[in-house]
Write a protein that binds this ligand. Sequence first.
Ligand code: ADP
Ligand code: MG
Length: 478
Amino acid sequence: MTKFSDLKLDPKVLKAIDDAGYEKPTPIQAGAIPPALEGRDVLGIAQTGTGKTASFTLPMITLLAKGRARARMPRSLVLCPTRELAAQVAENFDTYTKHMKLTKALLIGGVSFKEQDALIDRGVDVLIATPGRLLDHFERGKLLLTGVQIMVVDEADRMLDMGFIPDIERIFSLTPFTRQTLFFSATMAPEIERITNTFLSAPERIEVARQATTSETITQGVVMMKPSRRDREGSEKRTLLRALIEQEGEKCKNAIIFCNRKVDVDITAKSLKKYGYDASPIHGDLDQSHRTKTLDGFRDGTLRFLVASDVAARGLDIPNVSHVFNFDVPSHSEDYVHRIGRTGRAGREGTALMICTPRDEKNFDAIEALVKMEIPRVENPVQAKKAAKAEKPEEKVEEKVEEKAEKPARSKPARSRKSSEKVEAAPEKQPEPVKQEQPQQQPKKQSRGRGGRDNRVVGMGDHMPSFIALSFEERRAS
Ligand code: ADP
Ligand code: MG
């Protein structure tokens, strides 16, 4: 098995890795670092969370250790799709170069041009940028890309999704033909294949996981839910989300909740907060300082639930996420792989649960086709509860108590409309809003009284509790 010390990295880099507590290189690192150190082009394909950042950063800084920065001509360039990702790569640089004297500049939206211009004027070894912002600087004549010896394209598949390919092509053409190119992606779309064929020269291709596979350390599940009425879909999904969170109980240390649309990111975060959950939204319309603060809080554990859009969360390095909830089925199946890749990182255990409505079934099928597995169906805790109540109401003392608590939660707050949908108000009369739920959809407060995961995650057709069937009939009747 490869050790970092076998990899011919600069001793100062090795020391920083040691300080970071890394014991051995990940497979993509073991594969990409040697050819990169030889000056070859590298095409690295590995799923999220496999350590791609260090795969290019470590050889890059080892190579840059020789030589000096020149005014306005950065020696290397890292392109990232979002400012969060760029900031994260910058943090990684700081970690790995802590025993070296390499300088960097960060060109991203929300950071002032003036400061970054000053840095670039003095000369930087590493320029980390989002494509749009880089081209803005370039067009203002403050920057020359003719000194770039190493160029990195990180998270290329997201670049493609975000429409950055023309920008990337332009940037490639502004850098010297002789540059070394390190190109990383979690998946290989045909368009990305085309770019690499055009701009990489005889690259060493390192493909670690099969394309679009999900980590085996992630327990996946999907709840098939049918809204009772179309205009109740949003609020019923939120009720279900809370029920799932409660059902996971203490196992759910923290979670990222993905929504497809920004407006739903906001509504869901607001709703969770109303019900007493520690949640904050993150998406592209929120200003940079706000996003940074939210993310920092989530990283250091002061924030438990991060409600996110795909763009905001792509590639974010957030260690120790125990759960991912897909509030919506992503419309691009590859996003499913990226989303759930936020958990189960670096060999840790993780859980990814998704809510699927009949409308989502086409997208859901595409996901199962992509990941080449059947995602286990999880019983709907809200429905199960309802059915259990209908079957033997007297036996459940605990539920009677809950039922009482439910009464004040009239159906009024549940009414909401599509896009102008308002967050349902938690009923004011109750002292503890956490306990308030939508009428008749009260999820179990704790998973303790239940059988736990094995009982709950049920493969299709394996064992189907009778009350599930009952609830289907009920729905058919209504
Ligand atoms: P990717 O870009 O492939 O999604 P990252 O580069 O963001 O993954 O790394 C994911 C996480 O793994 C980070 O928290 C990083 O610090 C950690 N990591 C990277 N390399 C190693 C290693 N060799 N040993 C242990 N942890 C590592
Ligand atoms: Mg990455």
